[in-house]
Design a protein around this ligand. Structure first.
Ligand SMILES: *Cc1c(COP(=O)(O)O)cnc(C)c1O
Length: 350
């Protein structure tokens, strides 16, 4: 905390509070180095990161294929970018966008495929890449929660033609509020820097522009949190282990599987109600709240995306909405607190 206070004071004393200041550029350099990506621009949130990436990829006026079970920010960002989200089903095991369903939903109007690495679990990157290449459309991944996670020895954020990151305070790596766009096969950073600042350029202001800047205060905060990211990963791995022990005897609940060759599994603690369960994830989250436990059913209830167009049936996404929820998860959780979550789960259904 002392370090944070000193950093904030330093920003205030510098007289530069926002508008592409040196701390924003410094954070961009630090994040680029860590991901091994040369093309990276930060912005105001993970949501505007998706929006600006879609705009920079030319999805305006086009269909963007998204998973039917996803945080609402995904479809909202596509809409704000002037695209039309088209929802397709997810894979039953890993809860990530189903490549078969993506292939079936392609039309001449498709402007991009937008996969989500759900709760940090990689989407089927290889299958999606083949489909996107064959169709000649860009492949974008929402890697909002994927800081520090690799897939087959490659940082997950380096997968796809482009990827986005959230730097919100609930994520492992954050700047209180913030986000980033990473151009992997196509350079996007320069365009994202224009778009986050009203799209202003010598040729005029782009309609796709908005105010999605990051302030110097947020950037300074981010640089300090980054120093802690590695130790937070270690703490979270220990917390996951404690959870797995604590949940072992709850037969109606199972931790969501993580794709092989991916790790560390440190973004979230998603669990799934087994099929026979008589109650749904939303009801369980509400019951847990009465025990002071903040669990979230991210695909249901208040988070369910209304009025979204779907291509075909989405039975796996519908099942995930009924059965998947995330338990409280961060490196500061103690064994006692995790025990309290497990106790609340045991008493919640009754
Ligand atoms: C957190 C999150 C977002 C939104 O990020 P913000 O920084 O809160 O705007 C988008 N997608 C996923 C998968 C997320 O987890």
């Amino acid at each position: 905390m002392d370090k944070l206070r000193a950093a904030i004071t330093e920003v205030i004393d510098s007289g530069v509070l926002t508008n592409d200041g040196p701390r924003v550029r410094r954070l961009e350099e630090l994040l680029s180095q860590a991901v091994g990506a040369s093309d990276l621009a930060v912005c105001g949130s993970g949501t505007t990161a998706i929006q600006l990436a879609c705009a920079a990829l030319g999805a305006d006026g086009r269909e963007v294929i998204v998973p039917a079970a996803a945080f609402p920010a995904v479809a909202q960002a596509v809409l704000r970018a002037g695209g039309t989200p088209v929802a397709v089903d997810i894979e039953p095991t890993y809860l990530t966008i189903d490549p078969q369903a993506v292939a079936a939903a392609l039309t001449p109007r498709t402007g991009a495929i937008l996969g989500v690495h759900t709760f940090g679990c990689p989407a089927d990157v290889d299958a999606l890449r083949s489909i996107a290449r064959a169709a000649g459309v860009p492949l974008l991944f929402d890697g909002a929660t994927c800081w520090g996670i690799s897939y087959r020895q490659t940082p997950l954020l380096a997968c796809g033609d482009a990827a986005t990151l959230s730097l919100h305070a609930t994520k492992l790596m954050h700047s209180v509020e913030g986000g980033a766009v990473i151009g992997n096969t196509v350079p996007l950073a320069a365009e994202v820097r224009r778009l986050r600042n009203f799209g202003a350029s010598p040729a005029g202001a782009s309609p796709a522009g908005t105010n999605a800047r990051m302030s110097e205060l947020h950037a300074a905060f981010g640089a300090l949190v980054l120093e802690e990211a590695e130790s937070e990963i270690v703490r979270r791995l220990a917390v996951r282990k404690l959870y797995l022990d604590a949940l072992r005897d709850i037969s109606w609940l199972e931790p969501c599987p993580f794709r092989l060759d991916a790790g560390p599994n440190v973004a979230a603690m998603p669990v799934r109600l087994v099929v026979e369960s008589p109650f749904d994830a939303e009801a369980l989250a509400t019951a847990l709240l009465s025990h002071g436990v903040h669990a979230r059913a991210y695909f249901a209830g208040r988070y369910r995306m209304r009025h979204i167009q779907a291509a075909g049936q989405t039975p796996c996404a519908d099942a995930a909405a009924r059965r998947v929820m995330c338990l409280p998860f961060h490196g500061g959780l103690t064994e006692r607190e995790i025990g309290r979550v497990a106790d609340a789960l045991r008493s919640a259904p009754g």
